[in-house]
Design a protein around this ligand. Structure first.
Ligand code: NOJ
Length: 540
């Protein structure tokens, strides 16, 4: 059985930075509605909407204080209903971000839970006594630096927070918690949404006292229970954020007969520019052979069981052109190469806002320019541990989450048309060259490459279903692969570097499907490839 999301392309909107409609400097739902025609023109099938729920914004909405209400800055539930309805009119489904590993400490459940040990909501969260010396119960660390335990004066116990101390972890072993989450999911399903993106869902089976966080023993039982209690049988799309997934684990989540999720985001490729066994801030250069190996592994292992997601970017990752392309001399060429390389693979592709116009990182000179809690906590932590300030800033500029969160660049007007007020986060000054208006007026822009890639997926079963085979290349920095389906064969060739090279084309191409150096023609034999050149041939 096939599903709509197997042929779909999803666009991620980070609402805070997408489009402001009321001049308060913060993007909002009305702003998103006003840009739906643009997204329809791009051709996407669904929007993954980063959290819009009520939140004190300690982690920009990933700390939710009410799952059935909308953040004041973003608008009202009526605006949300309108977004869903206006999306439907354009065949664009809304995928809600489901953040249920933790809530905000301002959620009514936690406000109650912290009052007393016998409060009915106490067991919605994870509590523990101090150890014999009065320290946290164990040395589990938070993703946002420091201990994962916070002391609560009122009852003399610690609570668990795998993220910030304003994001207490829910206790999924408590059946009441699970059913409260399912009820909330059904509230949204009844509104006509297209599915859920599930935030750090691999953590909900945690066993913190055994120091197990990801992939806990009950994780898949919980997901099957959730499936049956909520979206099962409803043709919705679900994608789990799973940092620790291997292909074997991804199959557990995404094999249809297991009744769990449609697919997961796995991050193996994304870890290739960090030093092994260190964290994301410890940088190393990307190796193209390693990237080929990882993509090939996932394409092959999930070819007939489970389903892949395909992405370069999201609101937690730096801009791909600055990261693995070239934002100085070949911004457009490398952006198109990266797009073609990813979008010709098998799986569901995701585009992060601004990626389609080639937005790039925003380098900062001092920590005062940084908003993101993860970067700020890491900065303070590493400074205290004796790291040099310049090195920490280098890591933040390479990997910091603000890079992806600067406002969307719409046009040449002040603040790039994002807001008439003061933007909550700096607008990249390069908006004079990089913006949607420019992209739409230039038939050779990155936007039209993305538009064409989406159209190719919609029109050609080979892009959706074809088998993937890596091609051996003389230059290890050329990444080439075949897609094959029912006697049809396409060849994707990309030069993943800023210098010229060559590639041996062993078969006469029937036609050229898409290319990023427009005036070139191709024949069997040695191809001279330009920097970041990408071309897709129909071979059979
Ligand atoms: C993953 C989200 O993508 C990230 O932005 C957030 O900070 C953490 N989960 C915690 O919710």
């Amino acid at each position: 059985m096939t599903s709509w999301w197997q042929k779909a392309v999803v666009y991620q909107v980070y609402p805070r930075s997408f489009q402001d409609s009321d001049g308060d400097g913060i993007g909002d739902l009305k702003g998103i509605i006003s840009r739906l025609d643009y997204l329809e023109k791009l051709g996407i099938d669904a929007i993954w909407l980063s959290p819009v729920y009520k939140s004190p914004n300690d982690d920009n909405g990933y700390d939710i204080s009410d799952y059935e209400d909308i953040m004041d800055e973003f608008g009202t539930m009526a605006d949300m209903d309108e977004l869903i309805a206006e999306g439907h009119k354009r065949n664009i489904k809304i995928i809600m971000d489901l953040v249920v590993n933790h809530t905000s400490d301002e959620h009514a459940w936690f406000v109650e839970a912290k009052q007393s040990k016998d409060n009915p909501y106490r067991d919605y969260y994870v509590w523990a006594d101090p150890d014999a010396e009065g320290n946290p119960p164990n040395d589990l660390g938070s993703t946002f630096s420091g201990s994962a335990w916070e002391y609560s004066e009122l009852t003399g116990q610690y609570y668990l927070h795998l993220f910030s101390k304003k994001q207490p972890d829910l206790n999924w072993e408590n059946e009441k918690v699970r059913h409260a989450v399912y009820d909330m999911m059904n509230f949204w399903i009844d509104k006509g949404i297209g599915g859920f993106r599930m935030d750090v869902i691999d953590l909900v089976g945690k066993k913190p006292f055994e120091k197990i966080t990801g992939n806990g023993p009950k994780l898949h039982d919980y997901l099957q229970e959730m499936h049956h209690a909520t979206f099962g049988g409803k043709d919705l799309m679900t994608v789990g954020e799973t940092w620790g997934a291997t292909p074997e684990i991804a199959k557990l989540y995404s094999k249809p007969e297991r009744d769990e999720l449609s697919m997961v985001f796995q991050f193996e490729h994304s870890g290739l520019d960090q030093q092994p066994w260190k964290d994301k801030w410890d940088l190393q250069d990307l190796s193209i052979p390693a990237l080929k190996e990882v993509f090939t592994k996932w394409q092959t292992e999930l070819s007939s069981e489970g389903w892949n997601s395909l992405f370069w970017n999201n609101h937690d990752l730096p801009r791909i052109i600055s990261r693995w392309g070239n934002d100085k001399d070949y911004r457009v060429e490398s952006g198109k190469m990266l797009a073609i390389l990813l979008h010709q693979q098998k799986g569901t592709p995701y585009i992060y806002q601004g990626e389609e116009i080639g937005m790039v990182n925003y380098p900062v000179e001092s920590i005062d320019e940084v908003d993101d809690i993860e970067s700020i906590n890491m900065y303070n932590d590493r400074l205290a541990r004796g790291y040099a300030k310049e090195d920490i800033l280098k890591s933040i500029n390479a990997k910091g989450r603000d890079n992806a969160r600067t406002p969307m660049q719409w046009d040449y007007s002040e603040n790039a048309g994002f807001t008439t007020g003061t933007p909550w986060l700096h607008v990249n000054p390069n908006y004079h060259e990089i913006n949607v208006k420019q992209a739409l007026e230039d038939s050779n822009s990155l936007f039209y490459t993305y538009q064409k890639l989406i159209q190719l997926r919609h029109d050609n079963p080979i892009v959706v279903w074809g088998d993937f085979t890596l091609v051996d290349t003389a230059d290890e920095n050329v990444f080439a692969y075949y897609r094959e389906l029912d006697g049809q064969k396409w060849l994707v060739v990309t030069n993943f570097q800023a210098k010229k090279t060559s590639f041996e084309l062993t078969e006469e191409p029937k036609s050229t499907i898409i290319q990023n150096y427009n005036d070139k023609t191709y024949q069997k034999g040695q191809l001279d490839l330009e920097p970041y050149e990408a071309v897709v041939f129909e071979i059979k």
